[in-house]
Write a protein that binds this ligand. Structure first.
Ligand code: UDP
Length: 452
């Protein structure tokens, strides 16, 4: 990198949103930019703060967030985003002004890169006369669906009767109305959040944790109404160092269990950091996994009131499955998906999990729960065809059939092959001269140009 000497004193400020699926890609972006010679400041909320000891090369700047228990209670995401944007602007402005005031000659904060949820950062950048960039940790396909909600409302397509939810959405093939993210709050709140986080504003560029060849059509829609620099740099976890970005303690014991399983035999089950299964669903899942005959690795997250995940599962289950199943509270997911023994992923289809699965050629059973997951699930199953959507009630027999259908039976052959093909394309995009590799270099040059 010819400019690395010059970049040594250029500080890039990152403002991640305090959710697992947003913090990880932001830290990975920081890692890649650091490897290109930039110095990294991570300005983070106190709530869900990242662990500085995993990234000794970064400077961590805690920002007072004043969040209440109500703001941070599960299932209240739009309210959480609103409070953060209301409470954090002044503390971030003051902290950065202080750092900039202390800087020595030649040492400079050059720009702010903020998660799309942390849109208050734009006002801070403008106040401090810094350029800023909008970082997106969601799929472009989801962002496009989100962006189209006001049009669908104006044209009378939504709200929609339950009986018509299977209809295709005009202009958004292959999405159906049931896949649309209209259920994450009142329509009014959804539209307000979309306008503030997704619509074109005063940033100099959009950085997207996605891959061109997967989402070219959706990405192109964000170059209007005004042309904007767009860098698709994903999947970032394939280019960053493997340092932990986890907010929870990772149980690595499952890797030695995986080492003992046959290649491509294990179904990995995880529904991310936000979604939960009800007790009845846990029971059906347990017996479905047991009767599938496949070895399984299952992430069962417990509330603080429960000290063992086994207590949440049905009586007799542990004895029935013996060594065939491994259950953990939180897995090293990227390592798990990259392990030879894993042949399928029962997933909620969060965007990080999707990219992590696609990158390793692991086909998916899509069981989306909330937010962007239904859009991602539809793309996984109907556009990229690397997964099968589970749309029944969560019932043991249907679970067994879905797992065997994906992993063992002939009906899953095309899906398994498509997953391998997409993995190859993703590997190509992150290797030298691939689209994401080139885009990251372009981004580094773009940031360097701010100092001129
Ligand atoms: N993850 C993990 N261990 C687990 C489950 C999930 O490390 O046991 C990570 C996973 O690798 C992914 C992130 O948590 O990077 C979840 O992000 P995603 O966007 O998939 O879903 P969300 O949690 O936002 O719903």
């Amino acid at each position: 990198m010819e400019n690395q000497g010059l970049r040594k004193c250029l500080h890039v400020v990152l403002v991640p949103a305090p959710l697992q699926g947003h913090i990880s890609p932001m830290l990975q972006l920081g890692d890649v930019l650091h490897s290109k010679g930039f110095s990294i400041i991570v300005a983070h909320t106190i709530f869900n703060s990242p662990n500085p000891s995993n990234h000794p090369e970064f400077i961590f700047l805690p920002i007072s967030d004043n969040l209440s228990d109500h703001d941070t209670s599960p299932g209240n995401l739009l309210a959480l985003f609103k409070s953060i944007n209301k409470n954090c602007e002044e503390p971030l402005r003051q902290s950065l002004a202080h750092i900039m005031h202390q800087q020595e000659l030649g040492d400079r904060v050059v720009c702010i890169i903020y998660d799309q949820i942390m849109y208050f950062s734009e006002a801070v950048a403008s106040h401090l006369k810094l350029p800023c960039m909008n970082f997106r940790t969601i799929s472009a396909s989801f962002a496009l669906a989100y962006k189209e909600i006001p049009r669908l409302l104006a044209e009378g397509y939504i709200p929609r009767q339950n009986s018509m939810l299977q209809d295709l959405v005009p202009g958004l093939f292959p999405l159906r109305f049931t896949d649309m993210p209209t259920d994450i709050g009142s329509l009014e709140d959804v539209i307000e959040n979309m306008e503030l986080s997704i619509n074109t504003r005063n940033y100099s560029a959009i950085i997207w944790n996605t891959v061109d060849h997967l989402e070219q059509t959706a990405l192109a829609q964000f170059l209007q109404p005004r042309p904007v620099q767009l860098f698709s740099v994903g999947p970032l976890h394939k280019m960053a160092s493997p340092s932990s970005t986890s907010l929870l303690e990772v149980d690595t014991s499952c890797i030695s269990w995986l080492d003992k399983q046959a290649p491509r035999s294990v179904i990995y089950v995880s529904i991310g950091s936000l979604a939960f299964m009800e007790e009845k669903e846990l029971t059906e899942m347990a017996w479905g996994l047991a009767s599938s005959g496949q070895p399984f690795l299952w992430v069962v997250r417990t509330g603080s009131e429960c000290d063992s995940e086994w207590k949440l599962l049905p009586k007799g289950f542990k004895e029935t499955i013996g060594e065939r199943g491994c259950i953990v509270k939180w897995a090293p997911q990227r390592k798990v998906l990259a392990h030879d023994a894993v042949g399928g992923f029962w997933s909620h289809c969060g965007w990080n999990s999707t990219l992590e699965s696609l990158s390793e050629g692991v086909p998916m059973i899509c069981w989306p729960c909330l937010g962007d997951q239904k859009v991602n699930a539809r793309y996984i199953s109907h556009e990229w065809k690397v997964g099968q959507q589970f749309e029944h009630e969560l019932e043991r027999n249907a679970i067994k059939q879905a797992i065997r259908g994906l992993m063992v039976n002939k009906e899953g052959e095309n899906t398994r092959q498509n997953a391998m093909d997409i993995m190859e394309k993703i590997r190509f995009s992150v290797n030298k001269e691939g689209s994401s590799y080139n885009s990251l270099n372009g981004l580094a040059e773009f940031i360097s140009s701010f100092q001129l």
